[in-house]
Design a protein around this ligand. Structure first.
Ligand code: HSE
Length: 428
């Protein structure tokens, strides 16, 4: 039977789950993968107290762990960028394959690291960096290798999907839902990365590199977070036949690639709209076959550990086909050119002619109004009676025209606060 000697750094939730799985149930990968995975050493600055299994050899010098002659593969699970990058580079230079769950590392330094791996004739596995236990990297670089990706749309952050689902289904307050997500071990150490969209944007840039053969270039991803979504928006969306999800989107058009991640209304007719709780899902649309959708857990210790171990099995079986990511076949364009239908919410003075003025501003920009909701003011809270919320669903409009439209609306005397805007994903 093939075997692999493993050294691992990072003994948090995910690292501990990997160690538990490899030491308590080694027969799973033996029977199902034909591979024996042996943990040779664990790097932990705190020493033995950091690991549950006291029989494991622990070294406190992480650099020593990454370069040890006793291991074939180095598993990086410490997170963050600086030290993680240094350790991965040490391992690669010492001829070790690397497996990592670190999306920030791959999204920011992927090209450099893959170049170094190639020079040292070793490989890097990063299945766990996107969608955890749901094998979307494998789908992109193996299952869909014969097809050309046109676009992908995905729910790639479990924490924010959990929060939006709880708010929408149970009227749960944002802070309570976030605390529950943290208790489930879904959130990042600093949950700002989940909430402001950084985590999903990093994952989107990894998917784009594989899907469109562009560099790993997190800096070129435009993104926003779910902190912009109010319960009111979730309720209006529901009324209009949509749910609001945080959607990472990538598309290729005439050699130009756009990658972005924003709260987005998703038509109830689409599978993505039904993805609740902490689940992830990715719809990949290819020229040859249309859409394929991948659904499953994308966060939490066990799903992430499952992806890390699957990479170890793949490595023992020879690794992955050479990939052209980073080869710059296509280019990332920071200017988002794809037009989307959009949702607008405005707080409008309740007086004659206000809606007529709003619709004339849409008409001036040649944007069609597809739906409009304004509830009678008497149904609303007393304090708001001099203004009413108006929600508009527009036809497709690009970013530039949207910004212009919003500036014109916000300069109207009849509009009282900032105009809220989300994209709509309704491709079938
Ligand atoms: N914080 C991430 C999430 C963990 O909630 O999806 C997996 O990357």
């Amino acid at each position: 039977m093939k075997s692999l000697k493993v050294g691992l750094c990072g003994t948090g939730n995910v690292g501990s789950a990997v160690l538990d799985a490899l030491t308590k149930n080694p027969e799973i990968t033996q029977k199902q993968g034909g591979v024996q995975l042996e943990v040779i050493l664990v790097g932990a600055r705190k020493g033995k107290s950091a690991v549950r299994n006291k029989e494991l050899k622990v070294v406190t010098d992480l650099r020593q762990a990454a370069s040890s002659d006793d291991i074939d593969v180095f598993v990086e699970l410490i997170g963050g960028c600086e030290l993680a990058k240094e350790l991965v580079e040490i391992a690669l230079r010492n001829g070790k394959d690397v497996v990592t769950a670190n999306k920030a590392l791959i999204a920011t330094h992927g090209d450099e690291l893959f170049k170094l791996a190639k020079e040292n004739k070793v490989q890097i596995g990063f299945e766990a960096s996107v969608a955890g236990g749901t094998p979307v990297i494998k789908a992109l670089r193996e299952g869909l290798v014969a097809s050309r990706v046109q676009w992908f749309a995905g729910i790639l952050n479990g924490t924010t999907n959990f929060i939006l689902s709880e708010m929408s289904e149970n009227n749960t307050n944002f802070d309570v839902a976030l605390k529950e997500a943290q208790d489930l071990g879904l959130a990042e150490t600093d949950p700002t990365m989940d909430i402001d969209g950084t985590d999903a944007a990093q994952k989107a840039s990894i998917l784009a590199a594989l899907a469109f053969q562009v560099p790993f270039e997190f800096d070129s991803v435009s993104y926003g977070g779910i902190d912009q979504v109010d319960l009111e928006d979730l309720n209006y969306a529901k009324e209009l036949g949509y749910s609001i999800k945080h959607i990472a989107y990538g598309n290729l058009n005439e050699g130009k690639v756009n990658v972005s991640a924003y709260p987005t209304l998703v038509s109830k007719e689409l599978l993505l709209s039904q993805v609740g709780q902490q689940m992830n899902a990715l719809d990949i649309c290819c020229e040859e076959i249309g859409s394929t959708v991948y659904y499953g857990p994308g966060a939490g210790p066990k799903p992430t550990a499952s992806a890390v171990i699957a990479d170890l099995v793949d490595l023992a079986n020879g690794g992955w086909p050479a990939q052209e990511s980073g080869s710059q076949v296509n280019k990332i364009s920071k200017k988002i050119i794809k037009p989307f239908p959009r949702y607008f919410r405005l707080e409008v003075k309740n007086e004659a002619g206000a809606i007529a003025k709003i619709s004339s501003i849409f008409a001036e920009e040649n944007i069609s109004i597809e739906a409009l909701i304004q509830h009678e003011a008497k149904k609303l809270k007393e304090s708001l009676q001099d203004t009413v919320p108006v929600v508009i669903i527009s036809g497709s409009v690009d970013e530039e025209v949207t910004s212009r439209l919003i500036s014109s609306l916000e300069s109207m005397d009849e509009i009282n606060s900032q105009v809220k805007q989300f994209r709509i994903h309704n491709a079938l």
